[in-house]
Ligand binder design. Sequence first.
Ligand SMILES: Nc1nc2c(ncn2[C@@H]2O[C@H](COP(=O)(O)OP(=O)(O)OP(=O)(O)O)[C@@H](O)[C@H]2O)c(=O)[nH]1
Length: 379
Amino acid sequence: MEDDEDQEPPLAVEINDTTTVDLNPSLQSLQSDQRLDIVEASPVGVTVITGYLGAGKSTLVNYVLNTQHGKRIAVILNEFGEEIGVERAMINEGEGGALVEEWVELANGCICCTVKHSLVQALEQLVQRKERLDHILLETTGLANPAPLASILWLDDQLESAVKLDSIITVADAKNLRYQLQRHHDSSSFPEAFSQIAFADVVILNKVDLVSLEDSGSALEDLEKEIHNINSLANIIRSVRCQVDLSKILNCRAYDASQVTHLEALLEENKSLSTRELHDSGVRTLCICEPCPVNLDKVRLWIEEILWDKKYNMDVYRCKGVLSVLNSDQLHTLQAVREIYEITPTRKWRSKDNQTNKISLNEEILLNSFRACIATTAC
Ligand SMILES: Nc1nc2c(ncn2[C@@H]2O[C@H](COP(=O)(O)OP(=O)(O)OP(=O)(O)O)[C@@H](O)[C@H]2O)c(=O)[nH]1
């Protein structure tokens, strides 16, 4: 508390020039140097965007980047292995909205376990340019536990004063949240979905359009109660496609004072958990890369057999991919979360695009079935 009180008031006092009139010139210049130091040292806020697989994290990043607010925002993405290219293709840089200063991709590992060092380095590099940077968004993988991240951003000595944890925003999938929490309750599955809510300052209850369609009753209120049972302090915002009031999620200063005790208690609780408890060992990821264009009708049939008919008897929770489609100059993306999927032409291929189809899914058998979607005339 004392530190916080020491840091903030001097800025306000020094900006008021009338207080320096009586000072001798050398002291005045010393004060203005100090003032510069203080301004330069003001940390860049980091918003951690977390949430379970397919909840809408990239949708939120896209929304922030494409909304008119004039802020210069850097984005740090973390994905597993080769999936990073897929993730990157899903996010559109802002047009007339945010200025994307920097994309930092942290591949080959989960940010909460294996790439902590790269994260610290990436943040350090970004803030060296901070005179042109207003804010940093850090999108985690859907399987990240925010606890280690919170400790890095909040407690790391190297980063102290350069960046500052602004808030942890958890995007929750209103259609699938009940299922995730039920499974967590019954069999400790989905530990990440649970801890992501426990650590959130704000929970965006996203995809409410899908809930209202099938249940116009009290489903959303019930979900909000469940969220508050896990984390009574979280502010919950309902949304469709993460279209939220940005003032509620950026510059929240959630760790300035009042929340610190809550965070400390959560971090303490998390220290005792093993990696097994932090992560669901039943979840595996497969990335398929095929160089030939595909037949879109066959891809639709393939994904419907997997998701709807359970043809291969697999529980595929999340699928995302970038498709090169026969006779099309458009980049297509494939997105699926449990039984809902969409294939969307997004933009024209650019020469720098890699024309390889990339799909990330769970099991090796899918590799062969996907190969059957390759257009026979194409290769
Ligand atoms: N109906 C509906 N679909 C949504 C909404 N928000 C996002 N989606 C769709 O949900 C899918 C997943 O969204 P993403 O933003 O990629 O989710 P993510 O959390 O970044 O996914 P991962 O990085 O794989 O964990 C996409 O097909 C989105 O278009 C929503 O509010 N309503």
